[in-house]
Design a protein. Structure first.
Length: 166
């Protein structure tokens, strides 16, 4: 792996962490899903997946090794993989971008609770049902972010990507 690729991965992971941390204090608002989606659409698959994994590891190191931080390590690279393979559907089609961002954000809130299955199926169902309203609102707000921010951020990331020489 080249130094330029490692640098891109580190910068993307840091941006994901900064965005995650900035919005973590605001109830229902998260933008790391949108950023992950953007990186996966603009940059190579290997780089976007590794950036998501590094982001999750940094998050785990700063917030602790907890069931939900472990789930970030599983979910965000999967989101990068999925978004990369859906990139032709997402680029220039705002309605698909909005739907996918809603789905990813909604599922983030729901799937993060899955490790509680290790403790009890009932506890997991209670967590998921109680978190349903929160996940729906979070998904809706992420869809709004995608509606207004995906295209302008995409254009800027394309310009930035063009500035890297391989």
């Amino acid at each position: 792996m080249k130094a330029s690729q490692l640098t891109r991965i580190a910068i993307m992971a840091c941006l994901q962490y900064v965005v995650f941390t900035m919005f973590s204090q605001i109830l229902y608002l998260e933008a790391v899903t949108l950023i992950t989606l953007l990186f996966a659409v603009v940059f190579p698959l290997k780089e976007s997946m590794l950036a998501s994994a590094v982001f999750a590891l940094i998050n785990m190191l700063t917030r602790g090794i907890l069931p939900w931080t472990i789930m970030y390590l599983v979910l965000f690279p999967c989101y990068s993989f999925t978004a990369y393979h859906l990139r032709n559907l997402l680029i220039g089609r705002n309605e698909w971008t909005i739907c996918i961002c809603f789905l990813f954000s909604f599922l983030l809130g729901q799937l993060v609770d899955l490790p509680f299955l290790l403790f009890s199926g009932k506890i997991t169902m209670i967590y998921m049902l109680m978190g349903l309203k929160t996940s729906l609102i979070q998904g809706f707000l992420s869809a709004c972010e995608a509606a207004f921010l995906f295209d302008p951020l995409y254009r800027q990331l394309i310009k930035i990507r063009g500035g890297f020489s391989e």
